[in-house]
Every structure is written in C-alpha cells, then in structure tokens.
Design a protein around this ligand. Structure first.
Ligand SMILES: [Zn+2]
Length: 89
C-alpha cells in the first residue's frame, strides 16, 4: 500500500483507477546519514517526479513526519513488505 495514501487515508483505488501498481522510491533528504525508502502508488509517484523531493515533503508533511518517527519502517522496505505479507496485510 502507498505510504502517502496510508498517512492521509486517501482512497488509493479512486486516485489510480486501473494503474494499481505501487513502486518503491528512494528519498535522499529525509535522513542525514541514510537513504529512506517508501512505497508510492502511481499517482503519488508521478507527483514526486513533478515536485521533486522537497516539494513532495512540503505537500505531504505527514509522510515526512512518519519517516522521521518510524525510521526502521522506511530504511528496509523489503523487510517490511515481507512482514506485511506474512501478516496478510
Ligand atoms: Zn498514494
């Protein structure tokens, strides 16, 4: 599930229609010493491309705050995906 849609309770399906794939993207400015990764839906992936990382965080501060508060969730996304898969989320 898209991390922005989750933080803001957006209806991911309404935003994306048929394009219901999500991508893992890398953020370079969230942490000083480490890259962060998040999962974004097609709509938010395009928005990130258009706005750039700074503009994206300005538009979605809740994502930034969540990344800052839950660092481990955003630094090893493969591990998180596996956990969510195991839990059936
Ligand atoms: Zn989204």
């Amino acid at each position: 599930m898209c991390d922005v849609c989750r933080c803001y309770n957006f209806n991911c399906h309404m935003l994306n229609g048929d394009k219901n794939k999500s991508n893992v993207v890398t953020f370079y400015t969230a942490y000083a010493d480490q890259r962060g990764q998040a999962r974004l839906c097609y709509y938010h992936d395009v928005e990130l491309f258009k706005l750039g990382e700074r503009g994206f965080f300005a538009l979605y501060p809740k994502l930034y705050n969540d990344m800052r508060a839950n660092r481990s969730k955003y630094t090893d996304i493969r591990l998180r995906d596996k956990k969510e898969f195991d839990l059936g989320i």
